[in-house]
Design a protein around this ligand. Structure first.
Ligand SMILES: Cc1cc2nc3c(=O)[nH]c(=O)nc-3n(C[C@H](O)[C@H](O)[C@H](O)COP(=O)(O)O)c2cc1C
Length: 154
């Protein structure tokens, strides 16, 4: 079997997703012996490039003026991630997306990840609040590994 590396494409504005991605990478290495490479979209300054390897996307939701009930469905801060996925057919290599959010936003909880899943046609693999707990890491690592293997086998 050839050695596989998982790519994680993410955006983080206030550090929660960044923290999750760092801990996730360590967990995948320690518990699954799976190496991962993280691409932080915020560092790219709107640059895009083809991602030839299978990747999972992780992003928060920032809806302008959202109150979780009757307003706020315009995503303002994480659009560079959507642009990156849309460019160079990168969406074809994305096997799923995970959202970070805050349940205080009710119906809008992790809405952007759900919207991207629908827009690009890949599955929403899960969600976590804020920077995620250790249990979130364990739970989502298993889902990511399963889906990564299914995607790369097919
Ligand atoms: C202005 C603002 C708007 C937000 N809107 C939403 C929202 O609509 N839905 C949601 O689930 N979380 C919302 N959040 C919570 C963030 O998605 C959450 O804190 C996330 O973990 C931030 O990730 P980051 O620190 O990596 O940027 C909002 C946070 C802020 C500051």
């Amino acid at each position: 079997m050839t050695e596989k590396t998982l790519t994680i494409v993410y955006i983080s504005l206030s550090g929660n997703v960044q923290s999750f991605v760092k801990r996730l990478g360590e967990y995948l290495q320690n518990h699954y012996q799976l190496s991962s490479k993280a691409i932080n979209i915020k560092d790219l300054n709107h640059e895009t490039f083809p991602v030839a390897s299978p990747f999972v996307a992780i992003l928060p939701t920032y809806l302008e003026g959202g109150n979780g009930v009757d307003s706020g469905d315009v995503e303002i801060l994480t659009t560079p991630l959507g642009d990156f996925i849309a460019a160079h057919d990168n969406d074809k290599h994305c096997f799923g997306i995970i959202g970070s959010g805050n349940r205080n936003f009710n119906e809008q909880y992790c809405l952007t990840a759900k919207q991207y899943a629908k827009r690009f046609g890949f599955p929403m693999l899960g969600d976590f609040e804020l920077r995620g707990t250790s249990a979130d890491i364990e739970r989502l690592a298993e889902i990511i590994v399963d889906n990564f293997h299914i995607f790369t086998a097919g």
